[in-house]
Design a protein around this ligand. Structure first.
Ligand SMILES: *Cc1c(COP(=O)(O)O)cnc(C)c1O
Length: 232
């Protein structure tokens, strides 16, 4: 894989930041509320380094093993997020690399993370993944399951629950995803109100639709190909 050069990556990062800024302005939000997670999955450390040199600090990986291999090759000040499905038997390894887990999709997994975090003296930030469209192919709590499990989740005191995360069904027209982003925000507002806890985080939006997600309240966008190019 030849990969993009440093000018390309710098330019792409600048345009993504500009698009986040513009979307935030349209929505009357401050763009500093939005963290860009650069999704570096499949790209080797040399390529990720180009993004670091362009000022990017937060990176997302969906495979524990890949993050484990890549992180030590890069500067220690970076912040690594796990963005995908996490298997229970990989939790200990994941916690050694990632500060933040975006794909917490069941109470069982959350309990396992809590247990191991206690063991390791850690307090990971987590996002609860919601499968609003109830797609069989996707992970995540259904809305009802999340309402039912929420109290128990709040009892896991090692987890810093930031908020909710979604991977919506792909739509050619990103505007069609807007109702799903809005629904995730509404569910967040409902849980936050009902259980009296702040849930500031909404992890939503990818290369194809992050401006719409920012307009609908995203606090983290997970953007890969718009920065690094197509993964081929
Ligand atoms: C790969 C991936 C992304 C980034 O996708 P792009 O379309 O390349 O921006 C975001 N979130 C998750 C969970 C992913 O697996």
């Amino acid at each position: 894989m030849a990969g993009p050069d440093s000018t390309r990556i710098r330019t792409n990062l600048e345009s993504v930041q500009a698009a986040i800024e513009a979307a935030a302005v349209r929505a009357g939000r401050a763009s500093q509320e939005v963290t860009l997670v650069a999704v570096s999955k499949t790209w080797p450390a040399e390529i990720v380094r180009l993004a670091v040199e362009a000022g990017q600090r937060v990176f997302g990986e969906n495979k524990v093993q890949e993050g484990e291999a890549k992180a030590p090759l890069l500067p220690p000040h970076l912040d690594w997020h796990h963005i995908g499905n996490l298997q229970k038997n990989k939790v200990r390894k994941a916690l050694a690399v990632f500060s933040t887990l975006h794909g917490v999709d069941s109470l069982d997994l959350a309990r396992q993370i809590d247990r191991i975090a206690a063991d390791e003296g850690l307090e990971p930030a987590v996002f609860l993944q919601v499968n609003l469209a109830r797609e069989a192919s996707k992970h995540g709590f259904t809305e009802d399951q999340l309402r039912q499990d929420f109290e128990a989740l709040l009892g896991l005191d090692r987890l810093r629950i930031q908020g909710l995360m979604i991977i919506p069904p792909f739509k050619e027209d990103p505007g069609e995803t807007r109702p799903m982003f809005a629904a995730l925000r509404a569910l967040r507002d409902e849980l936050s109100g009902r259980f009296g806890v702040p849930l500031p985080g909404l992890s939503m939006g990818m290369s194809h639709d992050y401006p719409v997600a920012v307009e609908e309240g995203a606090t983290l966008v997970r953007v890969g190909s718009a920065i690094f190019g197509s993964r081929g």
